[in-house]
Design a protein around this ligand. Sequence first.
Ligand code: ARG
Ligand code: GLU
Length: 709
Amino acid sequence: MTRKITLAVALIIATVTTSRADEGMWLPSLIGSRIADMQEKGFKLDAEDIYSINQASLKDAVVLFGGGCTGEIVSEAGLLLTNHHCGYRQIQSHSSVEHDYLRDGFWAMNRSEELPNKGLTVKFLERMEDVTGIILKGCDESRNEDERTKLIDENSKKIIEQATAEGNGLRASVEALYYGNQYYLFIYREYSDIRLVGAPPSSIGKFGGDTDNWMWPRHTGDFSIFRIYADKDNNPAPYSPDNVPYRPKKFFKISTGGVHEGDFTFIYGFPGSTQEYIHSEAVRYIGEVSDPQKIKLRTIRLGILKKHMDSSQKIRIQYSSKYASISNAWKKWQGEELGLRRNRIVAKKAQYEKKFAQWAEGSSYSGLCDSLASLYKTIEPYRFAGELYNETARTVELASYASRISRCFSKKDGNVTFDKDAAGEIASAFFKDYCPDIDKECFIAMMEEFAESIPEDFMPEYYKRMILKYGSVAAWADEIFSTSAFLDENFIASLSECDIEKAEDDIIMDFYNGFLKWYSKEIRPSVERINARIFDLNKEYMKGQMEYSEAVSDGRAFYPDANLTLRVAYGHVKGYSPADGIYYVTSSTIKGIIQKDDPNIFDYNIPQSLRDIYASKDYGKWAGESGEIPVCFLADNHTTGGNSGSPVINCNGDLIGINFDRVWEGTMSDIAFDPERCRNISLDVRYLLFTIEKIGNASWLFDEMVFVD
Ligand code: ARG
Ligand code: GLU
């Protein structure tokens, strides 16, 4: 009990302290404790303008877009902006050879031309609430770990049911903050009739591709435009031609006044995951073991993909999206590893832990850091094996395809059914973008790497058996990639419910299951068991870090790790020095696009119309002070994956940009934020407006937007 009180005090004290840097992802409902700092840094609105349950506030103009991006509302008719890479799947799904919207862009010329999207939803946060007391009710020391977990689940389920009883698109979740020291209830309203309104050609929306990804200077017009539809009463409804544009409680006005070094910026969005408070051992594992291993494996795979993509136009198209997703994390990890090393995060954390341990002596926190260290050492080989499995066996395309097909069979009371339509869809999507030569080459490389890296006593029996049987990985691959029935596109059409064995006994399913059984029996149980223990200790450690901070008055500001819940990050438009002797200025312009333009390089081949506009300087009213069109800008807002598409807001609460990336030298901000080098990258809203008007000829959209200078 006394401890609980101390924690509450620690939380309050910690959050009113002025943070030294622009670090932090703050809970909107508690933004009152940051507002003085925000205002001191230039913000002109109040806490109630950011988050309120009594009046419309900025939170009502921000949505969780799909499963992992952010979007913002910019008109009273539900017009929504997000990134091109967030809407990519939808843009692709409407594309065909006759009209390739990825290549050429898509622009509805009126509302009736807007395209509905199956499966896409957006969620507005209605409200959030501290429910720690209710969730932890009955969770006292008299119960063991399992009982407590069960109770927490039950308590959560109950409030979620209550919170969503009204129906009407209400969704709710209970999330642990500070490793379960607090629990919050989040109540959302979910809309499911979301239509595509516009997207630039990829040569603008994905300009620079994977080469420029995570980099500055950046020139990507990474946006797409959607509209939310609702029923006549403004309620969520599935797609219907009778639906009408959603009328939001709040939408962002668009500032065309420009972006300048030092300007206050504020990002409102759904950051996915960070680990700012972990033990040095956990950081060491990430920076010295996990990242390097994963980078090495992906370097090999990317090399194989690239070789094939360079040799064939068809393969380049088939594998470009796969290449992008493999390379995205690959590049991010390189920055993370470098950042952790360069900033000596492990050593600094270890030093902190030493002081913490001294302070903790004789208290309930005594020995905590040592216990954590030893648990992290115990879990390491299991975690490593799991990650190795993920990056090798689980990347075999044919195996994941076959497993998805076999899930179209279902067994009930001895009866087998087969969802042939679903299987057919999976198959046609798979074969459209599949090259068995690439898959086989990756299989061989990844299986060899697996054997090389897996600790002796973790080696799966299955693997050893296969090598014994075939003599080598290459021979094993030869057998799989010449005999698996799944390689035949017509295999699915020939299947019926009687053929479940044909599918389940196929050689590639044998491979899939051989590894899966090993992982589920020998690796996962240990990972889960030790992780649960680590989570519990981290709960204590988190509390301890707050109390320690209070005791030594170090002014450290605590904010809960990101968990895909709505957060506020504020900071300034700011350049940085990536290395000695180099300084990156805050903004890029269309001039840089022209400098990079090269018709012979796919990622840098811009539309002819953009070249013409540049030559004639036909910029409309969107040029900046330099006379050029501003394209992207840097700021030091603390963001992470999930913040893609987030509104970037100025001191008046108006929209100046859309967040879409970070610089790779600063991606260790998921673990340790460095104000010197951590920068987010945003699209300047003026480039978006320019593109809508001059490339899309869709300035009818301006009629519903509200502009301020
Ligand atoms: N790095 C950004 C993010 O993590 C953008 C990724 C999409 N762009 C790309 N070129 N792969 O999502
Ligand atoms: N591009 C990332 C996303 O999709 C944002 C970049 C990052 O900050 O990790 O959320």
